[in-house]
Design a protein around this ligand. Structure first.
Ligand code: G6P
Ligand code: MG
Length: 217
């Protein structure tokens, strides 16, 4: 494979926002009268805000009308915003900035491919917006992962064929989306959860462009 571009998921790849999503969703569940655990939370990784709420309601065995669901999703996001608007660049996961710089140095294009409608707020707080040539977030797509739309849009805006792109993902739904887009996928995190990925690494610490080819061999 000739690598020309790298597409990064945001939550769980560049920064650990899963903990903030979790606290906010758990509080919604508590108000609805049930406990939402970290094991349940695994199912929310990579999926859209509304789909997350639907999964949460499924866990609690609760059915609600659309208006109530909209209000709950809004409330969850308000609490989530309280956390992310206080984030600092210290929260960028180890090795990420060096890896992004190394990719640029080697002429590799970079894109963000995230389901989050809050991506821009987070990238600005982390001070890394300029490290991406293209940013595709939840406001630019209509179909959530595992649909490949977010990654295909990224490749299209970068003007690079999908076959020359590598996606970095921490969620099962994201790995599925990358494969469906015809891209190679490197999982970040648990090899058991990310068994569909072409390779799995714990994170970007000590990660360099020259190691990418070795990983995909
Ligand atoms: C990411 C996270 C999901 C989250 C989704 C939407 O993919 O992994 O857990 O539900 O973004 O995030 P948002 O910030 O738009 O609510
Ligand atoms: Mg993620």
């Amino acid at each position: 494979m000739i690598i020309k571009a790298c597409i990064f998921d945001l939550d769980g790849v560049i920064v650990d926002t899963a903990k903030y999503h979790f606290i906010a969703w758990r509080n919604i569940a508590r108000d609805l009268g049930f406990e939402f655990t970290e094991i349940h939370n695994e199912r929310l990784k990579g999926v859209s805000r509304m789909r997350s709420l639907e999964i949460l309601l499924e866990v609690g065995g609760i059915t609600l009308d659309e208006k109530t669901k909209d209000a709950l999703a809004k409330r969850k996001n308000e609490e989530y915003l309280e956390y992310i608007t206080k984030m600092t660049p210290d929260e960028i996961l180890p090795g990420t900035t060096d890896f992004l710089k190394d990719l640029r140095k080697n002429g590799i294009l970079t894109a963000l491919g995230s389901a989050s409608k809050n991506s821009m707020i987070i990238l600005k707080r982390l001070n890394i917006s300029s490290m991406f040539d293209v940013i595709i977030d939840g406001n630019k797509v209509s179909k959530a992962k595992p649909d490949p739309e977010v990654f295909l849009k990224g490749a299209e805006e970068l003007k690079i064929p999908p076959a020359n792109c590598i996606v970095f993902e921490d969620a099962g739904a994201g790995v599925e989306a990358a494969i469906a887009a015809g891209m190679k996928c490197i999982g970040i995190g648990n090899p058991f959860i990310l068994s569909g990925a072409d390779a799995v690494i714990p994170g970007f610490r000590e990660m360099y462009f020259r190691k990418l080819n070795l990983l995909l061999q």
